[in-house]
Write a protein that binds this ligand. Structure first.
Ligand code: PMP
Length: 438
């Protein structure tokens, strides 16, 4: 009898392939790899994009009130497409920014962070064989999400122009070639993904650049998925322009936002989409059949945060005024630290990321010819293991075909406490001294 059971259990072992075909080629993930490396080796982590300072007190207090208050129903499910107080205030807030009346129930949907908002967009709007234009470098999940929906990503790069007079490069020096961009639109194009301010470069697209993109969207009748999670993090008096506010764009644009970036609370995972009902109704179908519902207490607290910000809009006490001021200072510190050691920074106009050129450090981490792994990836791994400083290789934000064209840069996150940025500066200074001393 025992032998019989043994042979049954051997037979029960699965041998058929288990992975769904749509996952092919999407199994590797930069964050899984680099978050683990940073956790193991880093003394100073400027890798993954999250603040190491707390969210504002008013937001934490709102959360505590929601958690401990009289309304115990805040511990239960709320409306599937967004907690009513949150969709109402988001409709009011974005209605004001866009200069149009928004219906909280049909023009706004709350998601589990901007990640799920993106996922809903691709699943709801991209069909088998549809092409989706992605501007490189890009937030890496766009590519696998398009592929999982059966779509075909089509890449177009921002091309760097050398700055004049030995000046440091700015993210504004990375631009689309209008003819190259136009050549990517075809009969099969369904959508373009725009991310301004852009992760990883920190580029804030100008009105002229947005008008170029908008003109092509209208001409070819395609959708725009506009990832604006860094909308409040814009520096040097620059403006964040919403492409949905341009001629002919509201009807074809989905705006994506994130309370994680807006209120420095990335762990809360509250995000949203804003757009016309004609598009959002299909996102709701994906949402109701997958996630269905997002954490109620976090939504309640974010609603109160937006209520406060609506009252203080444009005033010095507004968090949306204070946060970029503080981050601009942090950006400048990191720019100085990197410039001083010859790791040339590209000055970002927005976001909390900064890309730096590692060419001068090549002697420390020699190139391995014919290696499959881009140089910057090996460099970033070496740096965290040997110097304790974590950053992300820029090639992670490029498609496979283009990775090796941009493999001499790494991305740092500067949404960090002053002490963290000082510690990074100490590591860089020490490294430079070791390099120059015999
Ligand atoms: N879009 C961009 C450009 C991002 O950088 C991020 C987070 N790194 C997201 C979307 C996802 O945001 P969330 O944490 O709200 O899911």
């Amino acid at each position: 009898l025992q032998i019989h059971f043994l042979s049954l259990s051997l037979q029960a072992k699965m041998s058929r392939p288990v992975q769904a075909r749509r996952l092919e080629g999407t199994d590797k993930n930069i964050w899984v790899e680099f978050v683990k490396l940073a956790a193991t080796y880093s003394k100073v982590n400027l890798g993954q994009g999250f603040p190491d300072f707390p969210p504002p007190d008013f937001l934490k207090e709102s959360f505590m009130r929601a958690l401990n208050g009289e309304n115990h129903l805040l511990h239960q499910y709320t409306r599937a497409f967004g907690h009513p107080p949150l969709v109402k205030i988001l409709a009011q807030f974005f209605g004001k920014l866009l200069g149009r009346d928004l219906d909280p129930m049909t023009n706004v949907m709350v998601t589990v962070g901007a990640y799920q908002a993106l996922f809903c967009c691709f699943q709801a709007l991209v069909d088998e064989g549809d092409e989706v234009i992605i501007i490189e470098p890009f937030f890496d999940c766009y590519e696998p999400m398009v592929k999982m929906a059966g779509g075909m990503p089509v890449f177009v790069p921002l091309r760097p122009k050398a700055p004049k007079d030995g000046k440091l490069m700015s993210s504004a020096d990375w631009q689309l070639d209008p003819a190259e961009l136009a050549s990517k639109f075809s009969e099969r194009t369904k959508a373009i993904v725009l991310n301004s301010p852009n992760n990883p470069l920190g580029k804030v697209f100008s009105r002229e650049e947005l008008e170029l993109i908008a003109g092509l969207c209208v001409k070819h009748d395609i959708l725009c998925i506009s990832d604006e999670v860094y909308e409040w993090l814009v520096y040097d008096g620059k403006d964040h322009i919403r492409i949905a506010s341009l001629q002919g764009m509201w009807d074809r644009t989905i705006i994506i936002g994130s309370a994680g970036k807006t209120f420095s609370a990335t762990g809360w995972k509250v995000g949203w989409t804003v757009g016309p009902n004609r598009l959002l109704q299909h996102l709701r179908t994906v949402h109701q059949n997958s996630v269905y519902h997002c954490a109620t207490i976090a939504q309640e607290a974010v609603a109160q945060g937006f209520q406060r910000e609506l009252e203080l809009y444009g005033k010095p006490d507004s968090y949306f005024v204070q946060l970029p001021k503080e981050l601009q200072q942090k950006r400048d510190w990191l720019v100085q630290s990197l410039d001083a050691v010859g790791m040339k920074p590209i000055i970002p106009e927005g976001t909390y990321f900064l890309v730096a050129d590692i060419s001068k450090f090549k002697s420390d981490v020699p190139d391995v010819p014919d290696s499959d792994e881009p140089y910057d990836s090996r460099f970033a791994k070496w740096m965290v293991k040997n110097k304790g400083l974590a950053a992300i290789p820029l090639s992670a934000f490029y498609s496979v075909a283009h990775k090796n064209n941009y493999s001499h840069f790494i991305r740092f996150c500067f949404a960090k406490e002053e002490a963290t940025l000082k510690a990074a500066n100490d590591i860089l200074q020490k490294w430079k001294q070791e390099k120059t001393s015999p």
